[in-house]
Design a protein around this ligand. Structure first.
Ligand code: MTE
Ligand code: MO
Length: 376
């Protein structure tokens, strides 16, 4: 049965994201932090297959870097046969691919963790899908000639700063994240110059960003300036001290960097605290994604998880891309209840019913209940 305090806390958190977006400086987005900008997409804007750029969530660790077109370049260095330096026009001249790719911030849904934790307290809107275009990372790596003994591909952005809270950074550092060589070579990893048909905006990483299909957002490095190929594993700040989780080896916790997204469904409609007339059919709408896997099923519950029924997917699930889904519900019993949804993927994975503490404050995938009231 719903616990009253949890019910109220969930309702407040959900309506915060459904609420009116701030007028300035980010019309259409919910300001979680103004400086640096950390802006969330309102749930209503997640109902379309492609998220409009001006409503795509923004996650920044440091102030936006000042970059000008003439001085920007991308260096490809480290364990490569031919180190490269590519200007913006050279990036635009390379063969290009365009793909819709979904990514979610690894901290999305953090506001639902109890007790409260530090970090941007996102509701459910730190997720989006855009059409990304540019050369593949594989193409640029091939031009440079990756050494046979290469291990990781470090992606470094132009934004930098000091992490003053514990664990402190070793002085000023640039945002950086790595991919294992095998993932870096995959066709779903794009060096994007364009988002939804237009050059990237400053907040989304102009002039060049990585988009790592299937992985949580932290891998999709913005304002890319350097690709460094290493022959030893890269253990940078944002994959050890931050954006990491504990995986148990025979019960012993071992820290691992966060990588691919797991299956997750969110409910977009009805909104939290909605009052629904008894006996009249309502459509429950939502989105679901599963990282490198395809969503094969979404189930929903209108009784707080006691019973589940299959929802209808808008189309066949695909890797790297979210699916939208609907379900028809005719509420029969008056009173408060909780709507839940959960996704399953083609690897047979589903969502954990409760929060797993080994995941620290990331990868929040337990179904979040949407409290509604049925009126007589
Ligand atoms: N250079 C740089 N890249 C970055 C970040 C950053 O702070 N600096 N944030 C990362 C995180 S945590 C996420 S979730 C995504 C967000 O991308 P968006 O702002 O385009 O939505 O960018 C990633 N790439
Ligand atoms: Mo993120």
């Amino acid at each position: 049965m719903p616990d009253r305090r949890e019910f109220l806390a969930t309702a407040a958190a959900l309506s915060a994201s459904a609420g009116s977006p701030a007028a300035e400086p980010a019309p259409g987005l919910v300001v979680r932090e103004a400086d640096p900008p950390n802006l969330e997409t309102p749930l209503a804007a997640l109902a379309s297959p492609i998220t409009p750029t001006e409503r795509f969530f923004v996650r920044c660790h440091f102030p936006l870097p000042a970059i000008d077109r003439a001085n920007w370049s991308l260096a490809v260095a480290g364990a490569v046969a031919r180190p490269l330096k590519l200007g913006y026009d050279e990036m635009l001249a390379l063969p290009r691919v365009t793909k819709p790719l979904t990514f979610e911030c690894a901290g999305n849904s953090r506001v639902f963790l109890t007790p409260k934790v530090r970090g941007v307290n996102w509701s459910q809107g730190a997720v989006g899908t855009a059409e990304w275009s540019g050369p593949t990372l594989a193409d640029v790596l091939d031009r440079a000639g990756v050494a046979a003994n290469a291990v990781d591909v470090v992606l470094e952005g132009a934004d930098r700063g000091v992490h003053v809270d514990e664990p402190k950074s070793p002085g000023t550092i640039a945002y950086a994240r790595s991919l294992p060589v095998a993932k870096a070579r995959r066709p779903e990893v794009i060096l994007a110059t364009h988002m939804n048909g237009e050059p990237l905006t400053p907040e989304h990483g102009w002039p060049l960003r990585v988009v790592v299909g299937g992985w949580y957002g932290m891998a999709s490095v913005k304002w890319l300036t350097r690709i460094l190929v290493t022959t030893t594993p890269f253990n940078g700040y944002w994959q050890t001290m931050d954006y990491s989780y504990f995986e148990r080896i025979d019960g012993v916790p071992s820290l691992k960097p966060i990588t691919a997204m797991g299956p997750k469904a969110i409910i977009l409609e009805p909104a939290a605290r909605a009052e629904l007339p008894r006996g009249r059919a309502v459509t429950i709408r939502g989105a679901a994604w599963a990282g490198e896997q395809a969503v094969t099923a979404v189930e929903w519950s209108a009784d707080g998880g006691a019973s589940w029924a299959p929802a209808r997917l808008a189309g066949p699930g695909r890797p790297f891309l979210w699916s939208h889904w609907t379900a028809e519900w005719t509420p029969a019993a008056p009173g408060p209840t909780r709507l839940l949804a959960r996704a399953t993927d083609d690897a047979g994975r589903s969502q954990p019913p409760t929060r797993d503490g080994d995941l620290r404050t990331y990868q929040i995938r337990h179904p979040v209940p949407v409290p509604v009231t049925v009126r007589n």
